[in-house]
Design a protein around this ligand. Sequence first.
Ligand code: DX5
Ligand code: ZN
Length: 245
Amino acid sequence: SPPAIIAPSILSADFAELGKACSGTMGQGADWLHVDIMDGHFVPNMTFGAPVVTKIRPHVDRPSSAYGRGTFDCHMMIAEPKRWVRDFKKAGCDLYCFHYEAAFSTAAEEPSATSTEKTSPKELIRFIHGLGMQAGIAIKPKTSVDVLWEILENPVKEEVPDMVLIMTVEPGFGGQSFMASELPKVTALRIKYPDLHIEVDGGLSEKTIDQAADAGANVIVAGSAVFGAADPGEVIKKLREAVES
Ligand code: DX5
Ligand code: ZN
């Protein structure tokens, strides 16, 4: 399997001190930063957009290679993922992870433009790669893992995602309970794809990490478990050890 990657979700950080929270969690041993973007349409909550990402980006060193330390892992819980790819590239996003459920929208490539043409996951992945970012594809709990096979089996490399995100809560809020019911998706993916980055997001903590790691996840998002801890560095270390063991 690929290496353990711990990605604290800054959704649970103090938004008034976001820059400090980002550099702080990196100093405590985080590998990536998980940046939750919510638009109030795809999910019933809003966070922030590219202008905020632009402002926090200088607080964390850029990764020296793909998937490296300091990767900005942007989880796009938005209805029109194609529309914001360029803006997020400019803001310093390294990995643009869109939701499968939103990937067929008719959104244009530019915020101001209009389009009636439908896009698709593979087209979106090609577009993200063309701008020099890694591409991730996320699925919600109610979405079957079976939608991913065709996307992963595509022989055209530029159209294949670098990471799959299996949501282990309904997206929208931090601090929800882990859904172990989603782990068979991780196992099925890991069996077929030993080298794929498989991320889990939602309810990950010292209590749930062993199940997720056993299923085969290697990229671990944790919001409340890290930012709510008395010693976040210790939590990051424990999550890493559970994946590596
Ligand atoms: C939920 C977000 C998560 C969230 C996880 O919609 O995608 O990244 O921050 O928070 P915890 O780890 O508290 O469940
Ligand atoms: Zn997330």
